[in-house]
Design a protein around this ligand. Structure first.
Ligand SMILES: [Fe+2]
Ligand SMILES: [Fe+2]
Ligand SMILES: [Fe+2]
Ligand SMILES: [Fe+2]
Length: 409
């Protein structure tokens, strides 16, 4: 595989994992830590599966995206199995990851990562060696991270003692021996706790893994960004398919405006990730859009700024950041988050603003069923010159008039 595509792809997945760990504006680093620990364990006892363990470690909890709290807030098994989202997050996660190119066994590692050695895990109550080996490593790393977060001041020997108490119940003996071995290596504990050291260890391991089976013609960015889009939309009960539709409408408007191919592609991609910053806004607030306090609304309004920040951290997405980050700016300068005005707003963002509003106005949502295409078009026309660029409105309306049914594909 082309080295640059491979590098970009790995950066994307790392960024996605960090985004998944944003909780109330803070980065929790759960996925990065689980990826590092499980990959180090793989180095000891399962080197042939190291790359898939790394990816599965990064994305092991992707299926828990729609939880109101972060999954690390549910440490006990009984709490986990009582919650339907947690009980099924291994299945959903395996399904999401099976769409990503390059890692054939990662979905099965994710599916098994809450199975326990004694058969008391979920979702399939597998036992002992029935549990796929890579998943046992992720289980151990996951438990390790839970222990570091449990509030008591953990020392290395305390963690070893707690892990040992789980041998033959949650973990098999060989995994525990591997955990003891990596912990005995001088700087391990500090490397895991200290964020700059954790990050550099993660980047080093990332360089060591290889992506198999992606051909030159595979649309790696397109596939990965569409997985990003699915994950973002899963955060919020009412936005199923929103990112994909905004991307599609943005693409159609851009083509109608005769933009060059590169620009059209950028708009299509930026549409898929325009709301990625919503991941940092609690779902309890996103799901309650009709009755927000001023403070909560201010937090919702921060999401486009978060989108911009997140995309700026990934070198292959830097170009998308100014477009996706400006999708709530208004043509009259009264939008957010930078209050740009008129042509100061990148054209791609002016296009996505119309696409985004059109989808909000036509999507079937629980609390409104009067959303028709003619009404949406009328509202968009009414906001030409104020909220929207009139040239974009003209091109968009010509396209939207051809849509016969509400956009619920
Ligand atoms: Fe999990
Ligand atoms: Fe986890
Ligand atoms: Fe938005
Ligand atoms: Fe949106």
């Amino acid at each position: 595989m082309n080295i640059n595509i491979e590098k970009a792809w790995k950066e994307l997945i790392t960024a996605l994992a960090l985004v998944l760990d944003l909780h109330e504006g803070k980065k929790l680093y759960h996925a990065w830590r689980v990826a590092v620990i499980s990959t180090m364990l793989a180095d000891e006892i399962l080197p042939e599966n190291k790359s898939d363990v790394f990816i599965a470690g990064l994305l092991h909890d992707v299926g828990a995206m729609s939880l109101h709290d972060h999954i690390t807030k549910y440490p006990s098994m009984s709490e986990q199995v009582r919650n339907p989202i947690i009980r099924t997050h291994t299945i959903i996660g395996a399904q999401v990851v099976s769409d990503l190119p390059g890692f054939a066994t990662a979905p099965s590692l994710i599916l098994d990562h809450h199975e326990h050695w004694d058969g008391h895990g979920y979702p399939r109550s597998k036992q002992g060696e029935e549990i796929i080996s890579g998943a046992q490593l992720i289980r151990a790393a996951d438990t390790f991270d839970f222990m570091l977060r449990d509030g008591s001041n953990n020392t290395p020997s305390e963690v070893i003692r707690k892990m040992e108490s789980r041998v033959d119940r949650e973990l098999g003996k060989p995994i525990f021996s591997a955990v003891k071995k990596i912990m005995s290596e001088g700087s391990f504990f500090q490397d895991i706790i200290d964020i700059p050291r954790l990050s550099s260890l993660l980047f080093k391991l990332r360089d060591e893994i290889s992506v198999e089976g992606i051909g030159e013609k595979t649309d790696v960015m397109g596939i990965s960004l569409s997985v990003f889009g699915q994950v973002i939309d899963a955060k919020h009960a009412y936005t199923f398919g929103h990112s994909r539709r905004v991307s599609k409408y943005g693409l159609l408007i851009a083509i109608a405006m005769n933009l060059p191919h590169d620009e059209v592609t950028k708009i299509k991609w930026a549409g898929l990730v325009h709301d990625i910053g919503k991941v940092a806004v609690p779902s309890s607030i996103l799901d309650n859009a009709e009755a927000l306090s001023a403070e909560e609304y201010a937090l919702v309004k921060k999401h486009s700024g978060f989108t911009q920040e997140i995309l700026e951290t990934v070198s292959c997405m830097k170009d998308l950041a100014p477009i996706a980050g400006a999708h709530h700016e208004r043509f009259d300068g009264k939008g957010y988050h930078r209050m740009l005005k008129g042509k100061e707003i990148p054209l791609g963002a002016r296009i996505l603003a119309v696409a985004d509003t059109f989808d909000s106005l036509t999507s079937i949502r629980g609390y409104r069923s009067d959303r028709t295409i003619p009404k949406a078009i009328a509202e968009i026309k009414k906001s030409s010159h104020t909220q929207f660029d009139p040239d974009v409105v003209e091109a968009a309306v010509a396209i939207f008039q051809n849509f016969m049914t509400p956009a619920i594909d």
